[in-house]
Design a protein around this ligand. Structure first.
Ligand code: AP5
Ligand code: MG
Length: 214
């Protein structure tokens, strides 16, 4: 099963994608997580990506597309994958379709996690992320067992650099301008599904499972 998670920054793409990956035993591929791992490890890609991410801008397609195409060609993706944060522009979506067409494959579902902008800033300012293992918490909705410490790996939790309110607003603007057109793109392909992302997380997941089939 090949799935794309669409939705604004903070809509809950990552939260839901992790659960999908576990239930359907497919890899969770988050371009944001890949860039953050590169930043943490001080790679050339990380240095370039950080310049854009810290401003709330998209990393250029040429730095993003090859990375994803390489990842989805690996053996563990043979039975499918869930893409989180990719594609984010029409050229990225076209590059993905073209790469899949070469192996006679196509995406099965594009799931839009729908959350209005008014909810987003609160969610982001409360999010705490583990830069070591990628786990995500929220200080009130999903608090870690010990404040500031990751339940899974015991490392310190941080507010992401791009979760400051002024950067969140920029990310929302970029989302509406460059990413929202993908909703039409996948609607035309007949694979778009939508879930109400303002519901509690378990209910959002139940809605997704209903779409994907048990
Ligand atoms: P990325 O890491 O993908 O960030 P994003 O799309 O802005 O989305 P987030 O990760 O912020 O939110 P999410 O939807 O995953 O929500 P989450 O589950 O964490 O990208 C970061 C940057 O990298 C981009 O700005 C760009 O610069 C660059 N980049 C990445 N991919 C790129 C690409 N393809 N092309 C170009 N550039 C790219 O949830 C948010 C919070 O809400 C959490 O605290 C969570 O616990 C809480 N929450 C989740 N669900 C619920 C719920 N139902 N109710 C209450 N709280 C909830
Ligand atoms: Mg995410």
């Amino acid at each position: 099963m090949k799935i794309i998670m669409l939705g604004a920054p903070g809509a809950g793409k990552g939260t839901q994608a992790k659960q999908i990956a576990t239930k359907y035993e497919i890899p969770h591929i988050s371009t944001g997580d890949i860039f953050r791992a590169n930043i943490k490890n001080g790679t050339e890609l990380g240095k370039k990506a950080k310049e854009y991410m810290d401003q709330g801008l998209l990393v250029p397609d040429e730095l993003t597309c090859d990375l994803v195409m390489d990842r989805i060609s690996q053996d563990d993706c043979a039975n499918g994958f869930v893409l989180d944060g990719f594609p984010r522009t029409i050229p990225q979506a076209e590059a993905l379709d073209a790469a899949l067409a070469k192996i006679d494959a196509k995406m099965d579902f594009a799931i839009d996690v729908d959350v209005p902008d008014s909810h987003i800033v609160n969610r982001m300012s409360g999010r705490r992320a583990c830069l070591n293992c990628g786990a995500t918490y929220h200080i009130t909705a999903i608090p870690p067992k010990t404040e500031g410490i990751c339940d899974i790996c015991g490392k310190e939790l941080v507010l992401r650099d791009d979760d400051k309110p002024e950067t969140v607003q920029k990310r929302l603007d970029v989302y509406h301008d460059q990413t929202q057109p993908l909703i039409d793109y996948y609607q035309k392909q007949g694979i778009l599904k939508s879930v109400d992302g303002t519901m509690p997380m378990e209910d959002v997941f139940a809605g997704i499972v209903e779409i994907l089939g048990a």
